[in-house]
Design a protein around this ligand. Structure first.
Ligand SMILES: *Cc1c(COP(=O)(O)O)cnc(C)c1O
Length: 421
């Protein structure tokens, strides 16, 4: 892929995703997991239809969390039977939307969530098969952003399920057929990955007698990958045998798919496939400091940066003339938004650049455009270009528009459901 030629042809800002890189990431990840494992692709990382379609063709199922992601998965050709709806806050409207489109698998977060899905499945006259999302009782050593073992909006505490199993057993149209144990994101240390899968499998082992037969245990993932700076994906050479040891110890029967084990990934599968091409709009000095102003910012990348949830986003210079030979200057790199939060890089050494030049932010195939402040200030959305190696497969852009009337997937009071408590 020649990024300069792409920028000349399609302009900036532009996201470029390479399907060949997605295939490489998928091959690497599946080689590091037990051969029989199911892998879900989490659409929140990148819901572009060609990205989703590529991963589905490779055998991934889809993990979705909203009406929009359901629509994106279906539009990419994913069969409803291969879609799992997860997340806290599955509203009546979201569950209805899922059922109407043939989705029958849900990850349930609480007794209220279970009763809501049960009532709506009953109304729809259809059976559903559900995983229980579980919050393990201990935190996992070495995990940064921990989503387990601490008070959490995600899932139900393992101790709650043990203490009051009747609330979680399903019945009627709902069959509880497994567990969902997603624990954290962006874990790059093999020991930490193994430790979380051990905690997940131990939790499943503990709940197995309480819940009865488990058809599927989704052990989560959180496989880390570089984000918005140069670098390559980690490989964990012993991950697969170590996971298999954990499963042999904790989950008897898994080798015969009783239960089947599953993993989830967004970042690892999609992250390295994407780059954001940015144009330099201005270079100026203020009180002795150098500012480089780009045509794209946290409206298109790193919308969570303002919450201090992200490390600096580090663009690299794409230049025909000796990019590495440029003098380094202390530079602050900002986007076009009228807020000081719109800063990619603050007073860091950076090659001297000129207005009109091209920068690229690498490794942003996951948590790029749709994880950003798309509507803020109303700049046009970047064009998204999907390549397969040197071939351009698709060029399109999202629109943020206004149409009359309320949303057909809005949450409204539903007298038929009454109180779910
Ligand atoms: C966000 C999320 C994922 C994907 O996480 P990555 O770190 O991108 O792999 C998977 N499962 C659940 C439940 C999530 O919330």
């Amino acid at each position: 892929m020649n990024l300069t030629a792409i920028a000349e042809q399609y302009g900036t800002p532009a996201y470029v995703y390479d399907l060949a890189a997605i295939r490489a990431a998928h091959a690497d990840l599946t080689a590091m997991l037990p051969a029989s494992a199911k892998l879900y692709y989490s659409l929140k990382a990148n819901p572009h239809p060609l990205v989703v379609e590529q991963l589905y063709r490779l055998g991934c199922h889809a993990e979705v969390s909203s009406a929009g992601e359901i629509d994106a998965a279906l539009a990419a050709g994913v069969h409803a039977e291969h879609i799992l709806l997860t997340a806290p806050g599955k509203s009546t409207a979201t569950v209805r939307h899922a059922l109407r489109h043939g989705i029958r698998r849900f990850s349930l977060d609480s007794p209220v969530d279970l009763r809501r899905v049960a009532a709506l499945a009953e109304q729809a006259g259809t059976d559903v098969r559900c995983l229980l999302r579980v919050n393990a009782d201990q935190p996992v050593a070495g995990l940064g952003l921990t989503m387990t073992g601490a008070p959490s909006a995600f899932g139900a505490d393992a101790s709650w399920i043990e203490a009051d199993p009747a609330q979680f057993r399903g019945g009627g149209r709902v069959r509880i057929e497994g567990l969902h144990l997603y624990m954290g994101t962006n874990i790059t240390d093999e020991d930490a990955l193994v430790a979380q899968f051990d905690t997940a499998a131990a939790t499943a082992e503990r709940l197995r007698p309480v819940l009865g037969e488990l058809i599927e245990v989704d052990l989560g993932g959180g496989f880390g990958a570089p984000y918005a700076h140069e670098g390559s994906r980690a490989l964990w050479p012993s991950l697969r045998p170590r996971i298999e040891q954990v499963l042999d110890r904790r989950l008897a029967g898994w080798r015969d798919a009783h239960p089947a084990v599953a993993f989830e990934s967004g970042r690892y599968l999609a992250g390295s496939s994407g780059s954001l091409l940015c144009g330099v709009v201005d270079v100026k000095s203020s009180k002795g400091k150098t500012f480089v102003v780009l045509d794209t910012g946290i409206n298109h990348l790193g919308g969570m940066a303002g919450l201090r949830r992200l490390p600096p986003l580090r663009p690299a210079l794409v230049a025909a003339d000796r990019p590495s030979g440029r003098p380094q200057v202390r530079t602050t790199v900002v986007g076009p938004l009228c807020t000081p939060l719109d800063t990619f890089l603050r007073e860091a050494d950076f090659p001297e650049v000129r207005p009109g030049e091209l920068l690229v932010v690498p490794n942003v195939g996951a948590y790029g455009l749709t994880a950003s402040l798309l509507g803020f200030l109303g700049h046009p959305t970047p064009v998204e270009i999907v390549c397969d190696g040197d071939t351009v497969r698709d060029v399109s852009h999202l629109v943020l528009g206004r149409v009359p009337g309320p949303h057909d997937t809005a949450v409204r009071t539903d007298p038929a459901l009454g109180s779910l408590v």
